[in-house]
Every structure is written in C-alpha cells, then in structure tokens.
Design a protein around this ligand. Structure first.
Ligand code: NAG
Length: 346
C-alpha cells in the first residue's frame, strides 16, 4: 500500500520519531504517539475495508497482487478527488457530486483513454436527413419520456465501445413501445456483429445504425444476447422485428432538440465525456468535458436548465443510470449532433 494515510504506519517512520526523541521522550509523548498509531491503524483498517467493499460491489478481481496495489493506489487518489469535490458541493460550490463508481480504480489519464466509449465518425448528413429549422412549437417547460413507461431499463455496454448500438437500440425500444403499447428489449449485439457501416466495439454512429435497422430489422435481446465483444453475425431475419424509417432528423442546436424531444420522442446525441464526467454521481452536470463528442447517449427529456440523459454504463452509474446535463450552454457538445428517426413498425 502506498497511500499517505497508510504510510504513516510505517515502522520506519516510527523509528525515526523515536530516534529523535531518544530516552528523553516523556510518558505523555509516548502516550500521544501510541494513540496516533491506534488512530492511524483503525483509519487504515477502515480504508482497507472500504476498498474490499468497493471491490466486491463492482465485482473487481485483479490477476496479481502488483496489479491490485496499482489499482488501489489509483483508487485512493480518486477517493481524495471525489471527497474534495463533494465537500465543495456540500458548500454549494458545485452543482453535482462525484462517486466512487466502477471507474474509481483508474487514474484520470486511464479514465480519459478508457474512452473506448465508442462514438466514431462525423455525422453524415445524407439526402434523407432533414434539418429542422425555425417554426419552433410551443413546448412545456419540462418533459420526461420515462413517464410514458416506454423508456426501457438502463443497460451496460461494459468493456466494449458500443455506446452507439446502445443509444440506437434504446431509441428503437421507446419508439416501438410508444407505437405498440408494450416494451420489447432489442439486441445491441446484432448491431455490434452485423452492422458493417459501424465498427463493433471500436465505435460507431447512431445515425448509421438507425439506417441499418430500418433496412434489416432488429432481433430481440433474448434471441441475440449481449456478449461485450464483436463476433460473427448471427442475424436471423425471420426472427426480427421489421420497421420502416419515415424520416431521419438531424436536430440542429438545443432549441430544436427541446422541440424534437417534446413533440417526437427521445433522440440520440453525442457528448464529449472525460475522466471527471465518468465519476458523476448526481446533480446537474456543468463540469469539464472532452473537446468534441466521443460518446453516444439518448436524451429522454429536459427540465428548465438541464437535459435528462440516458447512459449505457448500468443503473448503478449516476442517477440510476442517467445524468442531468446543463442545458442551453452546449454542455459537452450535446447540441452538436443530436439525431432521431420516425419509424413505422410492421
Ligand atoms: C450552479 O448552477 C447555477 C445555475 O445554472 C449557476 O449559476 C452556478 O454558477 C453554478 N454553480 C457552480 C459552482 O458552478
């Protein structure tokens, strides 16, 4: 263990202190030293316990002791950062808190580069892409598609850069339910394996995936289960729900986004996420971001000053799998490439 807290326990340090004072050390000093050691020991004990609890909560296993020590060192640094941030939040100096979540055992650099999150490519505005301009309808101050009971449970992409598939499937699940009145859970793995316009676990674009689905249909998740890695395409057309795309929308800017969400339904968007964002716990995220979009998500609603964003990092991340992002400041580039599609299902 190499943390500061734990290092205070080193017998080496203890000897130094003792050596300095030598025999002249008075009883009360000894007593003080002794109580310090006890306090340190119990702090170290609690820290060790916290580490073990965290590991079991997130199912972390490390191959070697050396790897574990490295991870624990990163975890302690994250813990420091999270505590400092949350103290500021408690003082009202931050609008969101951070958590010791599944990314806590990575260094900030690793979190940033871990971003095999999977948004890849520029938004291609093809001939059937409509760009909505002007004529904004009057919309409510707040909207949340989760109230429709047609936003399916949050999923986890795991260690695969398949955010683009998760965002796409989530959009289709909600559209299907709104149209048919029941929830079906569809297959991200089909997109990861079979959509050759995208790059499986190496990234993709929801707009292209939506085109793939409107051409081929999509299987249910139970019939084509998520494997967290790319494999052979096992698509069976007979087993797929077919749909026809009516319109693609590239929804230009945040005012259009709100109009589209309120009148049409959820939309996919790209956001630029970084190491800080990955530790988000709750509140309205107005923190730091990556330079441009690198992660695909779904906007399922909005409040007066935030977007309600569905993520694909499990329901243990953020606000039950969601993050509220500050609205109308193009926070993390959220207004750069929002897109949606209207379907008719067979
Ligand atoms: C929190 O949000 C409010 C309202 O958007 C903003 O004015 C304020 O600057 C934010 N606080 C911090 C510390 O960023």
């Amino acid at each position: 263990m190499r943390s500061r807290d734990v290092k205070r326990l080193d017998t080496h340090d203890l000897e130094e202190v003792c050596g300095e004072n030598g025999e002249r050390m008075q009883f009360n000093k000894l007593l003080f030293l002794f109580s310090t050691i006890v306090v340190c020991a119990s702090a170290a004990h609690f820290l060790e316990q916290e580490w073990n609890l965290w590991k079991s909560k997130y199912g972390k296993q490390y191959d070697t002791e050396e790897i574990e020590l490295n991870r624990q060192e990163a975890w302690l640094a994250t813990r420091d950062l999270v505590h400092k941030h949350n103290q500021l939040a408690e003082l009202g100096l931050k609008n969101y808190t951070l958590a010791m979540n599944q990314f806590a055992d990575l260094t900030p650099e690793e979190r940033a580069s871990h971003i095999s999150l999977g948004l890849k490519g520029q938004l291609a505005i093809s001939h059937h892409t409509h760009i909505r301009h002007g004529n904004l309808p009057v919309i409510p101050d707040e909207y949340d598609w989760r109230n429709s009971k047609c936003v399916t449970p949050v999923k986890s992409q795991g260690e695969c850069g398949s955010c683009w598939a998760f965002a796409t499937v989530s959009l289709i699940e909600t559209r299907y339910c709104l149209d048919k009145g029941k929830q079906l859970i569809f297959s991200e793995q089909q997109l990861v394996d079979c959509d050759k316009a995208n790059d499986g676990c190496d990234g993709g674009l929801p707009v292209k995936a939506l085109e793939y689905v409107s051409k081929n249909g999509i299987m249910k998740s139970n019939d084509y289960k998520y494997k967290e890695k790319q494999g052979k395409c096992l698509f069976n057309s007979n087993n797929a729900i077919k749909m026809k795309a009516k319109k693609y929308y590239y929804v230009n800017g945040e005012a259009n986004m709100a109009a589209s969400v309120a009148t049409n339904g959820p939309l996919t968007a790209g956001i630029g996420v970084n190491d800080e964002f990955m530790l988000y716990e709750k509140g309205i995220y107005d923190g730091t971001c990556a330079d441009g979009p690198n992660h695909a998500i779904v906007v399922v609603g909005y409040g007066r000053n935030y977007w309600t964003v569905r993520n694909s990092w499990g329901d243990g991340w953020g606000e039950a799998g969601y993050v509220r992002m500050k609205r109308n400041i193009n926070q993390c580039s959220i207004g750069v490439m929002p897109a949606t599609m209207e379907f008719t299902f067979n």
